[in-house]
Design a binder for this molecule. Structure first.
Ligand code: GTP
Ligand code: MG
Length: 232
């Protein structure tokens, strides 16, 4: 358990993400969504930002979600069950937006589907909005940020690929992103800095998710309280 009250319980997150995680279904139209019967967490962001890689890293798998050097690889809303065999959570890998070379008609269709999903899903607990740490927030992110603000969808920024930055550059992008977020009411105030390559930020992210679902009901037992307070 973290001693900082502002950071989530990483032990619960570690436990949760050691459970098996399996592909549920790929969705290409809004009527194909699985039943809204459990908390849901979606990973959104520009094409190639590292959504599928982050999902694989979180779940300790290499091929759960498809990763590619070709932008626009994820072409449906991919739902994963965590744990695979219990009514726990859905993790959702979303198609990337902002890929300049995608045919306009396709890009429009994906954006419409994602917007409809992101705005209208009652069980969507949080959207993790991934931002490439080398680039920061871009104009292509703006329609999503506004949609989240308008529909009060709780979202949290995750900087990705931080392994590609020098420490000074990371400080700058952290500060500019936090400053840009101040104007956005639905944005979670805590920023997560991640690298799927180095494993940075994964424990924090797992903890954020575990804190929003009923992990004891899934079998998680927190560490016993020590005599005199605190946890072991
Ligand atoms: P789309 O599905 O096309 O929207 O892409 P995506 O956001 O799912 O990105 P994906 O996970 O497929 O990763 C895109 C590229 O970035 C791949 O070549 C990954 O290996 C690379 N990548 C992802 N995360 C990291 C990271 O943390 N560090 C570094 N150095 N590369 C990464
Ligand atoms: Mg992807």
């Amino acid at each position: 358990m973290s001693s900082d009250p502002d950071t989530p319980d990483t032990a619960a997150g570690d436990w949760l993400f050691k459970q098996s995680c399996e592909f549920e279904r790929g969705v290409t139209a809004i009527d194909q969504l699985p039943p809204a019967d459990r908390p849901e967490f979606a990973f959104a962001g520009r094409s190639n930002v590292g959504k599928s890689s982050l999902l694989n890293a979180l779940t300790h798998q290499t091929h759960l979600a498809r990763v590619s050097n070709t932008p626009g690889r994820t072409q449906q809303l991919n739902f994963f069950r965590l744990p695979a065999d219990k009514l726990g959570a859905f993790l959702v890998d979303l198609p990337g937006y902002g890929y300049a070379k995608a045919p306009k008609k396709d890009a429009r269709r994906w954006t419409d589907l994602m917007m409809a999903y992101l705005r209208g899903r009652p069980t969507l607990k949080r959207v993790f909005l991934l931002i490439d740490a080398r680039h920061g927030l871009k104009s292509t992110d703006a329609p999503f940020v506004s949609a989240f603000d308008d529909s009060a969808v709780s979202y949290q920024i995750v900087l990705t690929k931080t392994d590609k930055l020098k420490p000074g550059e990371l400080v700058r992008v952290r500060e500019s992103t936090l400053a840009a977020l101040k104007a956005h009411v639905a944005a979670h105030p805590r920023l997560i800095e991640s690298s799927s390559v180095l494993g940075t930020g994964l424990a924090e992210l797992r903890g954020e998710i575990a804190a929003l679902i009923d992990v004891p009901a899934l079998g998680y037992k927190s560490a016993p309280l020590r005599r005199g307070g605190g946890k072991e």
